[in-house]
Design a protein around this ligand. Structure first.
Ligand code: ZN
Length: 200
């Protein structure tokens, strides 16, 4: 602690952001108070985002406050029977940039991480079930991580959807594009073999 309450408060706030530890928060704060126009730029950007951007009330994607539900939820050309479930709304632009998905989205806003005290209560699963019931969704595609927490989250969501008239799928495991088999780790390779695709 610095003896400067305003600075301590800034460090504490920055430390609440994902992926920012105590040390990084302190370095960010030092950079901000180091002069220059970065701090003004940040204040302006924060205010503008707070006033104009929000999370979609339906899927959680970032959207304009004037367009809620978002363009993914209201688009007439997207497949409304297919919903892709992601951990974080920040994953949505990545999936969009692949060009390979034309359904709708649902962000869980987290993952199961008991070690960090993140249990099922913080996940948006009840609203997913509600959407499956109300929106005529026929397939739920789980696009969650392949690490232990991602797998646990997938299993949990899958379990909660049991009994509903919906097909549950997940992203295929595979090798990263442009990489050679010899650079793959054994687990990735084992999963890629299990998920092999027929060529003829
Ligand atoms: Zn939406």
């Amino acid at each position: 602690l610095t003896g400067l309450p305003a600075l301590n408060r800034l460090v504490a706030s920055l430390g609440r952001l994902p992926g920012v530890g105590r040390r990084s928060a302190e370095r960010m704060a030092q950079k901000l108070i180091g002069g220059g126009d970065l701090i003004d730029e940040l204040v302006n950007a924060l205010q503008q985002v707070r006033d104009t951007v929000t999370g979609c009330s339906r899927c959680g994607a970032a959207t304009s406050v004037n367009e809620n539900p978002c363009r993914f939820c209201t688009s007439g050309v997207r497949d409304e029977t297919l919903v892709c479930v992601v951990e974080d709304p920040a994953d949505i632009p990545l999936i969009e940039s692949s060009g390979g998905f034309k359904g709708r989205y649902h962000a869980l806003m987290g993952r199961l991480a008991p070690s960090r005290g993140e249990g099922p209560a913080s996940l948006r699963v009840a609203s997913l079930i509600e959407r499956v019931r109300a929106e005529g969704i026929r397939e739920v595609l789980l696009a969650l991580g392949t690490d232990v927490e991602g797998e646990a989250t997938s299993s949990y969501v899958c379990e909660r959807l049991q009994g509903l008239p919906v097909r549950i799928s997940r992203l295929a495991y595979g090798l990263p594009a442009g990489s050679a088999v010899r650079f793959s780790d054994p687990l990735t390779l084992a999963r890629a073999i299990k998920g092999r695709q027929p060529l003829s």
